[in-house]
Design a protein around this ligand. Structure first.
Ligand code: SAM
Length: 458
């Protein structure tokens, strides 16, 4: 039974922001946990969600504006007071429906709960001053300083903007940042072992969920409503799996035959493992490895729910797969740990947690996994490498380095394995070389990379 709450949405939002900022909680999990505990009317629920996600997403810009008005180092302001300032400023700058006076007064009321009289005065003074002078705040222009401009106007860390500007130019970088700020399309995969996509669509419509066919994958449905899906009977009966449509391409590009032996090197929570089992008609064998014990249970739960019994879950480091199963597998999927820069739209806090150094560390791990796992393939076996990032260091360049070291592996034209036509000449050229990079601002999916390789020999 959910509790009825007398606490205001702003105070609840402040609690969630504190968990995210000071305790490292993920925004979607912290907010989800709160929403499942408290009973709020739907308007208050959406206001709370807007306050949390909006304040988190725009925090770089909010802090930049605050720094124009606050003399002291923002890092030295007590955390809750700093968050009250950010959340108050978010309402002043971005929420037209909230009167400025309400944004300021409510922030002052919150400050009274968490700070002494001096801090209350400080919050009042800063927010009133900003509200009076906001029209004089000017971001550097796009022409004169594109990095800072894009970073502030579209809420991304400067290092990301810098990278993307070099690669894509101004127009595309802006489009990418905008796409990262829009809500993600939510998708599910019909479990074709139990139901067709059409039957599932009818079932969901009867359960009050709006659905649309995915243009990318034959078993994919785009759904309007996301929360509470796992409470549906159709979910409990294993008729579908939550999975982005770009990620559904991995199993199609690998295309494992029924009856074959497949190794999924980094498998948890099992979206792609279960999709492969589906494409194999639940015939053959899939070994699903993952290094994190608590995540293995997720694969088992998903297999059980979906009625899949060809998967054997094993705890292990993918770097050891080649030694464990030398020359044995027909297919190998390496859905590698990555920086996740292709899925920023899914979590507003994610962009602020990344750093450029991590990208090269991940490249090292990705190469080690490829190096250590590839030998489990038999001659003629197929390897698919995938990530949910856009960064060439973790994608194309990893595969180029891997091929240099393992000349027995060749990339293969993957266009005939894609269940949708490629519209852009650039994508067709890449696919012919064995790669595809999906982009949120171009394809409307998560950012996702795939490479298909064959191991020489019969
Ligand atoms: C991108 S996620 C996999 C998602 C999964 N393939 C799916 O579709 O549901 C990457 C996974 O790699 C695992 N991992 C990280 N390092 C690993 C390693 N050295 N060996 C095996 N698994 C690893 C992580 O625990 C994580 O579950």
């Amino acid at each position: 039974m959910k509790k009825k709450y007398s606490v205001s949405p702003r105070q609840l939002a402040l609690g969630v922001l504190y968990e995210i900022e000071e305790q490292g909680a993920y925004s979607n999990l912290a907010l989800g946990k709160l929403l499942s505990r408290v009973h709020l009317p739907s308007l208050e629920r959406s206001f709370l969600t807007e306050l949390v996600y909006g304040t988190v997403r725009t925090k770089g810009t909010l802090d930049w504006v605050l720094r124009q008005f606050v003399k002291r180092d923002l890092g030295r302001i007590p955390p809750r007071i700093r968050l009250i300032l950010r959340m108050g400023l978010y309402q002043i700058m971005y929420l037209d429906k909230v009167p400025v006076s309400a944004a300021v007064n409510e922030s002052v009321e919150l400050a009274k709960k968490y700070g002494h009289a001096g801090l209350v005065k400080f919050v009042n003074g800063v927010l009133r001053n900003i509200a009076r002078n906001l029209n004089q705040v000017e971001f550097p222009s796009l022409d004169e300083d594109p990095v800072t401009h894009i970073s502030l106007v579209y809420y991304h860390p400067e290092w990301m903007v810098r990278r993307w500007l070099e690669r894509y130019g101004i127009e595309e970088t802006v489009a990418l940042c905008r796409a990262n700020n829009r809500p993600a399309v939510n998708c599910i995969r019909a479990n074709t072992l139990k139901v067709s996509r059409e039957e599932l669509a009818c079932r969901l419509q009867q359960e009050g969920i709006e659905v649309q066919q995915s243009p990318y994958v034959p078993e994919g449905l785009r759904i309007a409503e996301f929360s509470g899906l796992d409470e549906l009977a159709s979910f409990r009966q294993g008729l579908f799996m939550l999975q982005d449509e770009a990620s559904m391409l991995a199993a199609h590009v690998l295309k494992p035959e029924a009856g074959s032996f497949v190794i999924d090197a980094c498998a948890a929570p099992g979206s792609k493992t279960t999709h492969m089992a589906q494409l194999m008609g639940n015939r053959g064998k899939i070994i699903a490895w993952d290094i994190h014990p608590h995540r293995l249970k997720l694969i088992e739960d998903n297999c059980r729910r979906l009625g899949i019994d060809i998967v054997e879950v094993q705890l292990g480091d993918a770097r050891l797969l080649g030694e464990r199963y030398p020359g044995q597998a027909d297919y190998l999927l390496i859905d590698a740990p990555c920086s996740g820069l292709g899925v920023l739209r899914r979590r507003p806090d994610a962009r602020w947690r990344k750093n450029p150094e991590k990208i090269l560390e991940l490249q090292k791990l990705q190469l080690e996994i490829l190096d250590g796992a590839a030998n489990c393939l038999r001659p003629g076996g197929i390897l698919v490498y995938s990530t949910c990032t856009l960064e060439p260091e973790e994608n194309y360049l990893v595969i180029e380095k891997f091929k240099e070291k393992h000349p027995g592996f060749k990339t293969q034209d993957l266009s005939k394995f894609l269940p949708f036509p490629l519209e852009r000449e650039e994508d067709r050229r890449m696919a012919a070389k064995g790669y595809i990079q999906l982009l949120p601002h171009v394809h409307g999916t998560d950012g996702f990379f795939l490479a298909r390789l064959i191991k020489n020999g019969k």
